[in-house]
Design a binder for this molecule. Structure first.
Ligand code: ZN
Ligand code: ZN
Length: 151
């Protein structure tokens, strides 16, 4: 596993460093993690890592295409290692759970605007919003309101 990442970092033109390997490790265990979760996970392995270092690593990984950043509206940016397949996301409005969903077309842009207005379109950002299985189940089960959940 680690050898693979070593190889992929080199291939991407990045030096192989412990913080980078550590962030990759956390990301492979927690797809769609936000930066804070990744900081916590990376520091569990290397307590001396500063949040700044981890943020820097994330920037570097995204910029070379080893990681992808998704930014659902109203949520912190999330990071994942599944790149290059133009997959989309289902996001739960209630708990923020995120699931991958394959793009039916497979390559960006998978949707064409009815009118490009002269733009050269290279990507359509698709987010499916709704309630995850768990939240939907809860809403159906509990007839009483679950008020005050948002602090
Ligand atoms: Zn949910
Ligand atoms: Zn994803």
């Amino acid at each position: 596993m680690e050898t693979t990442w070593t190889h992929r970092l080199r291939e991407a033109g990045l030096r192989v460093t412990r913080p980078r390997l550590s962030v990759l490790d956390v990301l492979s265990a927690h797809p769609h993690a936000d930066a804070d979760t990744i900081v916590t996970g990376a520091r569990a392995q290397h307590p001396t890592l500063s949040p700044q270092t981890v943020y820097g690593v994330l920037e570097a990984l995204v910029s070379v295409g080893l990681a992808r950043r998704i930014e659902p509206a109203g949520a912190p940016a999330l990071f994942e290692l599944r790149v290059g397949d133009n997959h989309h996301h289902l996001v739960c409005r209630s708990c923020g759970a995120v699931a991958d969903v394959d793009c039916a077309v497979g390559a960006a842009p998978c949707l064409s605007p009815s009118d490009t207005a002269g733009f050269v379109v290279d990507e359509a950002e698709v987010v499916f919003w709704g309630l995850c299985r768990r939240c939907h189940g809860q809403a159906a089960e509990e007839s009483e309101t679950v008020g005050g959940a948002s602090t």
